[in-house]
Design a protein around this ligand. Structure first.
Ligand code: GUN
Length: 284
């Protein structure tokens, strides 16, 4: 029987800490500000944006949300980003992905000032993460690391296997595990004998985007299993990338979906926005 890592609980604890710090800043006349941009009407993205807005309010962080129609041109979006880059009230800018297909994601990401890039997607920030000298950590991988730390899981010397190689999760996740002295393997759709590799993992991170993809046969007994997936089943229920029912009895620790990594992502976004506001005001 695995210990369930409660992301909601850990998240609430960190958000309280953030709210305290935001209050201290407010006493100095500083209010961190986040701008969230959504283009189009993807229902899942609408939910994420709404949750981000609510989390800001609860933490005392000022937020602006821009919900733009799906036919917004790339030029209009870039003009908004330029405006926000120059707005001193705004410390963090997030363009919710995916963007509509007529907009080039890379161009948009590159336009956000690296100083306000609270997603840590800009090449400057990606490069800083690579060399281990970073301002912002990408929210989901940072959330995973915080969950491991809060659960007392030490990565040093452990076999860490990341399944998935996206720029948002898989690649930065591998780098953070490496910074924490893990021995890291990244698996993907072309990996041969995947189960053989995942069974080596002391710490297994699933970020594939396929419902219930990781089954018990792919998990070493006693492994720590972190599920980054958020997939919606035909019945509307959320499920992760890990087949929780079969893996839970094998693992030592496991994150549920929902209530695992999900809440941590927004918490890390708040943390990055706070960090950015402090940096903009020369507060360490
Ligand atoms: N879409 C799904 N996850 C994310 C994220 O962390 N940041 C942004 N900007 N878009 C996303």
């Amino acid at each position: 029987m695995a210990k369930i890592i409660n992301g909601k609980e850990v998240s609430e604890k960190i958000r309280l800490r953030i709210a305290e710090e935001v209050k201290d800043l407010a006493a100095k006349g500083i209010v961190p500000g986040l701008a969230v941009i959504l283009v189009g009407d993807d229902p899942a993205s609408q939910v994420y944006v709404r949750n981000k807005k609510r989390a800001c309010e609860q933490a005392g962080i000022y937020s602006e949300s821009y919900e733009l129609p799906g036919n917004t041109s790339q030029e209009e979006l870039l003009a908004l980003i330029d405006k926000l880059n120059n707005d001193p009230k705004i410390n963090g800018i997030l363009a919710q992905l995916p963007l509509p297909s007529h907009i080039d994601e890379e161009t948009v990401i590159n336009r956000i000032s690296p100083d306000k890039d609270v997603d840590a997607f800009h090449p400057v920030n990606v490069g800083k993460i690579m060399i281990g000298n970073y301002d912002f950590l990408p929210c989901t991988p940072a959330g995973v690391m915080a969950l491991l730390a809060e659960s007392g899981v030490d990565c040093a010397g452990k076999e860490c296997v990341v399944v998935g190689r996206s720029n948002i999760v898989g690649k930065p996740q591998a780098m953070l595990l490496l910074h924490n002295h893990g021995t890291v393997t990244i698996c993907h759709s072309r990996t041969k004998n995947l189960a053989e590799v995942t069974r080596r993992a002391d710490i297994l991170i699933a970020a594939v985007g396929k419902p219930d993809f990781i089954t018990a046969e792919m998990v070493k007994p006693g492994a720590v299993v972190i599920d980054v997936g958020i997939n919606r089943k035909a019945d509307g229920k959320l499920t992760g990338d890990v087949d929780f029912a079969s893996v839970e009895p094998v693992a030592s620790y496991i994150t549920p979906v929902p209530g695992g990594v999900g809440p941590m992502t927004i918490t890390m976004l708040l943390q990055n926005t706070l960090k950015s506001a402090k940096k903009a005001n020369n507060i360490s």
